[in-house]
Design a protein around this ligand. Sequence first.
Ligand code: NAD
Length: 519
Amino acid sequence: MTTTRPATLTSEFLDGLVKRVPGSTGNTWKLTEVYTGDLLVELPQSSERDIVQAFADARAAQEIWGSWTLKKRLNVMKKFHALVLENQYLITDVIQAESGKNRRMAFEETCDAPMGASHYIKRAPKLLKDRKHAGPVPMLSNSTEVRRPKGVVAIIAPWNFPFATGISDTIPALIAGNGVVLKPDNKTALSPLLGIRLLEEAGMPAGLVQVICGEGPDVGGPMLANADYVMFTGSTATGRIIGEMAGKNLIGCCLELGGKNPMLVLEDANVDEAVHAALFGGFGNSGQICMHIERLYVHDSIYDEFRDKFVAATKALNVDATYDFEPDMGSLVSVDQRDRVIAHVEDAKAKGAKVLVGGEARPDLGPAFFEPTILEGITTDMLAGTTETFGPVVGLYRFTTEDQAVELANDTEYGLNASVWSKDVDRALKVARRIDSGNVNVNDILATAFASKGTPSGGLKQSGVGARHGDQGLLKYTDAQNLAVLKKQVMEPQGKQTYDAYAKQTQTSLKWMRKTRLR
Ligand code: NAD
């Protein structure tokens, strides 16, 4: 068992990472190792002046980057892909130390950026090339759709997947020709900083991606005032603030927000597979995945079997604070997050919910550890009944009919992810289509949807606006310019033609255009 901090994380290495963060406030954030609470590094905090300068510097670098051919930009991404794989264990060390997640999850997080890069390296040439369209006058006019970078994109990232949300969302913005100003969460700024170092090593112009750090409310205003687009990932409450600021500044935004995701286990599901998957659904990343499962609905006929197996498997989970691949689950990200989870569990207990397993903090393992927990009897008047807990706490519920299961799944203000289990895939797909959720996985929890990089992935209802991945995951970072050419002035009466004659001719033309394939 590797209980000590990886030797890679020397002071020199960590100081080198945070060096690029401007900090004219003179204040620093004490960035700590989650397992121990020990100081890792003093993270500079950026002032409004730093932020304005960061945008100006990114804008200057973007002029160079935007003038490069797409091929040249993609060559940087190919090199970056290789560098992430070469440095994968180092990135894993950093993610683990700053977030407290178990090593398996940290390693899996490092796979996301290369997967996204790989997809867009292949897809971008098609998406970003000029597209010719017919003009209003056949033969005499045409219009070309030209994709231009937005300019400088603000990316605001949460702590739960700092490398994936920080770096993976930066990649399509860069491929589209933009500069980026990235604001990671203070707690987890190190892995995105390492990702940017690797992008520069891969040949990206220095300064194209700037990192600024600070408390969200301090830095959000200046960021939004200077950005040409904002990509935000975080809670629904903050998403509303960001959306409001984006609206005020008339810039586009993509908001990837919270969830209260349901899993439906139909009566013909493979119970053992569903139980195994529910362990990841409920407790993967210590329950701090936006797409993870907090509401688990099981058909009445298999409920007891499922519950007993799920409880036994949860008891057997290895929860620990080590830097090897052994633990099934690590820590929560912070004592604050642990307290939020405790509040949800205590509130549920006080209002009559039953703890089937877990329910307690584990200070013996580290300051922010909390046991994987299954609750029964959760109702909508409990915090855990309706709002996102974002911890290793799953509520178990019974249902008797498919209609009831769908109704329960949809009984939420969120719509981020859902999971449907049945041996009959067609049946599960029919149920899946009735769930109001941006992602629905059949016989999987979340990875199949999230790792399908060609398909847009976003939230419905209060879970977000827009999507990452898919064609729109790249095109959202561009503006479409409509370049139109008219070869002869014909859209007006010709010579002595009366307007009446012109109007009739126009009507004939409209009928003809409707029937031909020219328009
Ligand atoms: P959060 O909203 O508190 O913070 C997210 C980021 O926004 C942080 O960097 C934070 O510093 C910053 N921020 C906070 N207030 C701000 C403001 N006024 N202006 C500008 N920036 C501000 O969320 P969190 O607690 O860090 O992350 C957990 C949440 O993120 C959960 O709700 C989770 O579901 C969600 N999430 C969603 C997705 C998704 O893809 N839908 C992915 C990961 C996490």
